[in-house]
Ligand binder design. Structure first.
Ligand code: H2B
Length: 95
């Protein structure tokens, strides 16, 4: 079991992740990425998937052609944890 971030820690984390916002109903941080086309989106999903597997921490996401929406939440914590903040940083570096 891992603890969710406090409100204060979450706000601090979001300040360091300017492309991510908090999605209250999903208890997740969210980023939308717009790529050139489906091939680019799929390629990014594969690279994110490899990193997610390595970390045993997995995104929730939705893809429509060149758009990729990613939500990061920790099911074991029922909210956002340090694992999500770390994975968001990894994703930002992959883009
Ligand atoms: N991913 C996410 N986002 N949250 C989790 O709590 C989680 C996960 N738990 N990936 C992991 C897998 C757990 O189910 C396995 C058994 O380690």
């Amino acid at each position: 079991m891992i603890a969710p971030l406090t409100q204060e820690a979450l706000q601090q984390a979001l300040a360091s992740l300017p492309d991510w916002t908090y999605d209250e109903p999903r208890k997740a941080i969210h980023r939308r990425i717009v790529l050139r086309d489906f091939g680019q989106a799929l390629g990014l999903m594969v690279r994110i998937g490899v990193e997610a597997e390595k970390r045993d921490h997995h995104p929730e996401w939705a893809n429509v052609y060149n758009k990729l929406d990613i939500w990061l939440t920790t099911h074991d914590a029922d909210g956002v944890s340090t694992r999500d903040v770390e994975l968001a940083g990894v994703i930002d570096r992959l883009i």
